[in-house]
Ligand binder design. Structure first.
Ligand SMILES: [Zn+2]
Length: 117
């Protein structure tokens, strides 16, 4: 309902949006965010090693894949971002068409790498 929207929202939330939008949201935070996400462990990268006193925590390199529609965008974008602050890991922001094309290219690369046509 329009009266339940923050003043900056010019349309309803996406059906699966988990955002709790408010009038005071910073412009960088004005986005509809889906609850869906997936993560990919990147075994070719060094893990992040942290120490807490005597304890050692090893976090494998992971990227999150998710989508969100920012408030002035016509459609959502797909994001691929490191879970932790890792400048050595990929960070991508793709349109839906670009993400679809990337997915097809990755599937083709895997199929061909396995000896498929
Ligand atoms: Zn929303």
């Amino acid at each position: 309902m329009a009266e339940d929207r923050a003043y900056w929202q010019d349309r309803a939330c996406a059906p699966d949006c988990i955002g709790h939008h408010e009038d005071g949201d910073h412009p960088d935070d004005r986005a509809c965010q889906s609850s869906w996400e997936d993560r990919v462990t990147l075994t070719c990268f060094e893990p992040t090693v942290r120490y807490f006193g005597e304890s050692k925590v090893v976090d494998p390199a992971e990227v999150l894949v998710f989508f969100r529609r920012e408030w002035r965008e016509a459609e959502p974008c797909v994001f691929v971002e490191p879970e932790l602050l890792r400048p050595d890991l990929p960070r991508l922001r793709l349109t839906l068409a670009e993400a679809d094309r990337m997915g097809r290219a990755l599937r083709t690369a895997v199929r061909r790498a396995k000896g498929g046509a």
